[in-house]
Design a protein around this ligand. Structure first.
Ligand code: DHB
Ligand code: FE
Length: 267
């Protein structure tokens, strides 16, 4: 629909595309390579593979848009938890699990560094705990694959939704994640190669936080000790999202502990 916003975006996009072609004296065969890249991305995309998003991400576009959308009012004294990109592997309807449950299948749990993650979800202005906050979490298996990329994992493995009670706390068992490459067997991989860039992301865990009356938070946390923390292929790392996994004694179910608190902003 030709809303004013659509007109504005289209006019600006066309102007920048034309400027790009003029400034670089873009030749027909170069333009056609771009067309073929887009076509290839479209052809390989399905509900398990989002190549268009991957292409945007390696160009830093999703991270930029995340920053623009969720930038903070400059007068904020304290701040809600920083956001980070959603990435292409989120799935709706992750299993709702009881507090304290393990999101890892038995088989995969034997292969990784078992971790007890816990914390509290609070209102960043009042510091009060938030009841009914849903912590939706997802991360990769030790082989670097999300469940939908990997036929050897059970459906919805390494995913879960946890709902806080009155005290705002949450806790669950997961794994300490590993660095891994974004899928690079398609157009995004071609672009990375052409730019002499690696496809690796630092070890991270994804979250979507929602709570009644609060702005949703899409974010990721990153293992300080992980390789690639300084050069994430998709530019998502922020200082406040870097966390420490610490050795955990006395729990037969976990080798590491990961405390992390989330702060949300009301509408
Ligand atoms: C991207 C993000 C991820 O979290 C991931 O695991 C793989 C790829 C991305 O932004 O393209
Ligand atoms: Fe990821």
């Amino acid at each position: 629909k030709a809303t004013p916003r659509v007109r504005q975006l289209a006019a600006s996009l066309i102007q920048h595309l034309h400027d790009f072609a003029r400034e670089n004296e873009l030749a027909v065969d170069e333009w056609m390579q771009g067309v073929e890249l887009m076509n290839a991305a479209g052809q390989m995309s399905n509900d398990k593979r989002n190549e268009g998003q991957l292409l945007c991400d390696i160009l830093g576009l999703e991270s930029l848009v995340d920053e623009i959308t969720y930038r903070l009012a400059s007068d904020a004294t304290d701040e809600p938890t920083a956001t980070a990109i959603l990435g292409p592997f989120y799935r709706h309807n992750a299993p709702q699990r009881d507090m304290g449950a393990c999101i890892v299948s038995d088989e995969i749990n034997k292969q990784g560094d078992r971790t007890w993650m816990h914390g509290i979800v609070t209102d960043f202005r009042t510091g009060e705990p938030i009841e009914g906050a849903v912590v939706d979490v997802w991360h990769t298996a030790p082989n670097g694959l999300y469940e939908q990329q990997d036929p050897d994992q059970p459906e919805m493995n390494l995913r879960g939704r946890f709902t806080t009670g009155k005290d705002g706390t949450y806790n669950f068992y997961c794994l300490r994640p590993v660095p891994y490459p974004i899928p690079y067997d398609g157009p995004a991989g071609k672009v990375l190669k052409a730019l002499d860039r690696h496809p690796m992301r630092p070890a991270h865990i994804h979250f979507l936080l929602t709570a009644p009356g609060y702005k949703p938070i899409v974010t990721q946390i990153f293992d300080r000790k992980s390789k690639y923390i300084e050069n994430d292929a998709v530019f998502a790392v922020k200082d406040s999202l870097i966390v420490d996994f610490t050795p955990f004694k006395g729990d037969p179910n976990a080798e590491f502990e990961l405390p992390y608190d989330f702060k949300m902003a009301s509408f």
